[in-house]
Design a protein around this ligand. Structure first.
Ligand SMILES: Nc1nc2c(c(=O)[nH]1)N[C@H]1C(S)=C(S)[C@@H](COP(=O)(O)OP(=O)(O)OC[C@H]3O[C@@H](n4cnc5c(=O)[nH]c(N)nc54)[C@H](O)[C@@H]3O)O[C@H]1N2
Ligand SMILES: Nc1nc2c(c(=O)[nH]1)N[C@H]1C(S)=C(S)[C@@H](COP(=O)(O)OP(=O)(O)OC[C@H]3O[C@@H](n4cnc5c(=O)[nH]c(N)nc54)[C@H](O)[C@@H]3O)O[C@H]1N2
Ligand code: SF4
Ligand SMILES: [Mo]
Length: 729
């Protein structure tokens, strides 16, 4: 046995770990590494159980090909790539490059050498059909930047902020939220509180994070536009805004004032179910008592109706209070791996990029960056037409499980001429694939901390790790990039990788690709590699520069489409406990919520985790359980206007009455789910036929109106309950 330091690759913080390997190079044990510069010994159960995950029964150890009877047979990688390339060539020749699509999920987006390959591959094929999880997550933030414009320098950094306001984010569990520190967040929260930082939390659940809040608002879900508009109104009517900043940088203060005027404290309190005094306390604490620090949303608002509007109004709080770094301030984290750009004390005006360029034939949705909207992905496959997507590559995503509207997604995936799943596991998506191409797991590959998320660190930190563990004996698995390289070579494509054209005559290595990723770093790649624990690569200190001479850009806080949607919110007549949705009436709102034990659909195969979390419970306030006549541990049916699922309930006093919470990523394929084995898939309650937001086609994935019905328990009823569960799924 020997111990090696590396970092966990399961989620964003990339916790530093000490890994015990046996003689054959197998991961034996993992513990948090106290010496780690960022996470300082923290590691969660998912990371600690890496050995159980890596060598789980459902790990795929060689490429598999679907047989006519639906079973899978091993195929060697070169043959598989020959066959797949042949099929892609045929489909592209017949229907054009646009008929080839692909999706990047968390498994791709956490893999520094692999992730840039799918977009490079699709671009080379002439296809726009590139999707990622971003547009079923928090792409509302990109919509806000595109409609409001954005400050060219960062928001106030955490270390000298005296306040943080979070709408529907729980960083102490999710370790992700852009408005906090994802590395060892409980420790960071205690440190921030010890130096006096105030915290305002707006969440229908009294979360782990809310335990630290100075002001906690526990509204009905889906009321973030109302609450944010109400906070803006209080601040403006009291004159608590940063008037100087607004006068210099905002184009339409009058329009903003007029639009939020109807959102009086009493109106907001009544509608959102919060106290008017608490609302005022939140506004006062944020705008008057504290002068540095920002507000931001997590997935709660970004998955609820009016998600783009919510995000826009929440960012508006930062604008009117001027919560951005000004000329001369030190830019704490200018990044390491991404190219540095000057940060100027000026507004980049609204670009509305989605209005220009490629538009989907589905709903006319445009692009955000180089991405199409995941909310219309299934329709791009199903809707007849010449450029219908016929071949699809899923890279590091369990699409069949995690996409909203599971039934439609599965139907779409099943209708493809070719589905290739690049994933280490036999999961729901693998079961639908024509080819499963398995890859190495984290410790088996060289890597860098992820460039996409480096701005979420509080310092300019980056770390390299070599591959430390051996691949399982007898396996035929490769690094992710090798699959795309192999296909591109066969198809004669030229790949532009992360902006750099590759020499297609020379096979890269993982390190040569990582060197490209790190080409902008202030120190050479070799210098990053040389530091076992990584480093804080400050380079030349960066400061916010003055605005360019004659720069005229201003924020647009109340453009027409935002104003219209806000008026629409005002016109809604919501009766709590009797929610209308598509012609039906519902009693409760179902919201998303993450749990520590799993990462989306991953880690359900780890016995220690399943012991703690046998399936995804539905969390309800004890009063709601009493009203339903169901005990803790009883079973219910949850039905929305799109579908129904069974669930075992857990009493949870932290959840607001009227709200039911359940995490996603569970259940199996429709019709093949055994609740006791798989849990239930909340994607069955979501429709992508309707309720999509404008611009980014974001589905309604939280604040979903549902009805609840007790399933009989007790003697004699078990069989009936089981039958009902099978029927529902
Ligand atoms: N352990 C673990 N960590 C994860 C993940 C995981 O599955 N497991 N997933 C990762 C991913 S993919 C992401 S995107 C991030 C997400 O990170 P977060 O956004 O922090 O996600 P959650 O922890 O679910 O917190 C969302 C909160 O929103 C609240 N909420 C729900 N609806 C509403 C609403 O309408 N309004 C308001 N104000 N609040 C609402 C919920 O009660 C919940 O507390 O987490 C990442 N981290
Ligand atoms: N109802 C509902 N649906 C949701 C959400 C919700 O809150 N509610 N949240 C949404 C959000 S925010 C997100 S981000 C998505 C998450 O959607 P996904 O990212 O698709 O979800 P994961 O289950 O994390 O899937 C990651 C996959 O990558 C694989 N993998 C891990 N490492 C590697 C690797 O190195 N290479 C490759 N090729 N594969 C690897 C894993 O085995 C797994 O199958 O779900 C979305 N869906
Ligand atoms: S899974 Fe756990 S140990 Fe691994 S990076 Fe995420 S939080 Fe850290
Ligand atoms: Mo996500």
């Amino acid at each position: 046995m020997r111990e090696v330091k590396s970092f966990c690759r399961f989620c964003l913080p990339f916790c530093g770990t000490t890994v015990t390997l046996d003689e054959s190079g197998k991961v034996h044990k993992v513990r948090g590494d106290r010496d780690d510069l960022m996470t300082k010994g923290y590691a969660c159960i998912k990371g600690l159980e890496a050995s159980a995950a890596y060598y789980a029964k459902d790990r795929v150890l060689q490429p598999l090909k679907r047989q006519p009877d639906g079973s899978f047979a091993p195929i060697d990688l070169e043959t598989a790539l020959d066959e797949i390339a042949g099929k892609i060539r045929e489909i592209a020749a017949q229907h054009g490059g646009e008929s080839i699509g692909g999706f990047r999920g968390s498994g791709s987006l956490l893999n520094a050498s692999g992730t840039s390959m799918l977009p490079a591959f699709l671009t080379a094929l002439g296809s726009h059909k590139h999707f990622t999880t971003f547009t079923i997550d928090q792409s509302a933030k990109a919509v806000t930047m595109g409609r409001m414009g954005f400050w060219n320098a960062p928001r106030h950094p955490l270390h000298d902020s005296d306040v943080r306001m979070m709408f529907g984010a729980n960083p102490l569990v999710s370790l992700t939220t852009s408005n906090f520190d994802m590395t060892n967040p409980t420790k960071r929260m205690k440190e921030a509180r010890a130096r006096g930082m105030k915290l305002i939390i707006i969440d229908p659940r009294r979360t782990e994070t809310a335990q630290y809040a100075d002001v906690f608002l526990q509204p009905y879900p889906g009321e973030d536009p109302t609450i944010a508009a109400g906070l803006i109104r209080i601040i403006l009517s009291e004159g608590w805004e940063d008037a100087d900043f607004c006068a210099r940088h905002v184009a339409d203060m009058d329009g903003l004032r007029a639009a939020v005027d109807p959102f009086t404290p009493d109106y907001v309190a009544q509608r959102a179910g919060v106290g008017a005094a608490d609302l005022r306390a939140a506004a006062h604490l944020f705008a008057v008592e504290c002068k540095r620090g920002s507000a931001a949303a997590g997935t709660g608002p970004s998955m609820s109706p009016h998600s783009n509007l919510s995000d826009h109004l929440i960012e508006t709080l930062n604008v009117i209070c001027g919560r951005y770094q000004r000329e001369g301030e030190h830019v704490i984290n200018p990044g390491v791996l991404r190219a540095r750009e000057p940060k100027r004390a000026q507004v980049v005006p609204a670009g509305r990029w989605w209005d220009h360029g490629f538009k989907s034939r589905i709903g006319g949705y445009g692009m955000i960056g180089d991405e199409m909207m995941a909310g219309i992905m299934a329709d791009e496959i199903l809707e007849p037409g010449e450029d219908r997507v016929r071949c699809f590559i899923s890279h590091g995503s369990n699409l069949a499980n995690i996409m909203p509207d599971q039934r439609k997604t599965v139907r779409a995936l099943q209708s493809l001429d070719l589905l290739v799943n690049i994933d280490p596991f036999m999961n729901e998506t693998s079961r639908l694939a024509h080819y499963i191409l398995p890859t190495k797991m984290g410790y088996e590959r060289a890597d860098l901390t992820m460039f996409y998320y480096e701005s979420l660190y509080t310092q300019p930190y980056a770390r390299y790790t070599p591959a430390i563990a051996a691949v399982p004996e007898g396996s035929e698995i490769v690094d992710d990039w090798e699959i795309f390289w192999g296909l591109a070579k066969r198809l004669g494509l030229e790949l532009t990788y992360d902006g750099v054209p590759l020499d297609m005559s020379e096979t890269p290595t993982t390190d040569s690709l990582l060197a490209i990723v790190a080409r902008h770093a202030p120190v050479p790649f070799e210098a990053i590699k040389a530091q076992e624990l990584g480093g804080i690569f400050e380079g030349e200190l960066q400061y916010v520069e003055p605005a360019q001479e004659g720069h005229e850009g201003r924020f647009s806080l109340m453009p027409e489409d935002v104003r219209d949607e806000l008026q629409q919110v005002l016109a809604e007549r919501t009766t709590h406990g009797a929610y209308r949705s598509n012609g039906k009436s519902f009693t409760h709102l179902l919201t998303a919520r993450r749990i520590r034990d799993v990462q989306n659909s991953v880690h359900r195969n780890v016995p220690a985790i399943r012991k703690r979390m046998p399936f995804n419970y539905a969390y309800l306030h004890p009063d709601d359980l009493a009203a339903l006549g169901v005990d803790d541990g009883g079973r219910i049916e949850i039905s929305s206007d799109a579908g129904a699922i069974p669930a075992e309930v857990k009493a949870d006093e932290t959840v607001r009455p009227g709200v039911i919470q359940m995490t996603h990523g569970w259940g199996s394929l429709p019709g093949k789910t055994d609740y006791d084995r798989d849990g239930a898939n909340t994607g069955l309650l979501i429709s992508t036929d309707r309720d999509l937001e404008p611009i980014n086609a974001m589905p309604r994935m939280s604040s979903v109106p549902v009805n609840l019905r007790a399933l009989q328990t007790g003697a004699g009823a078990a069989r009936e309950t089981h039958a009902r569960i099978v029927e529902v799924q």
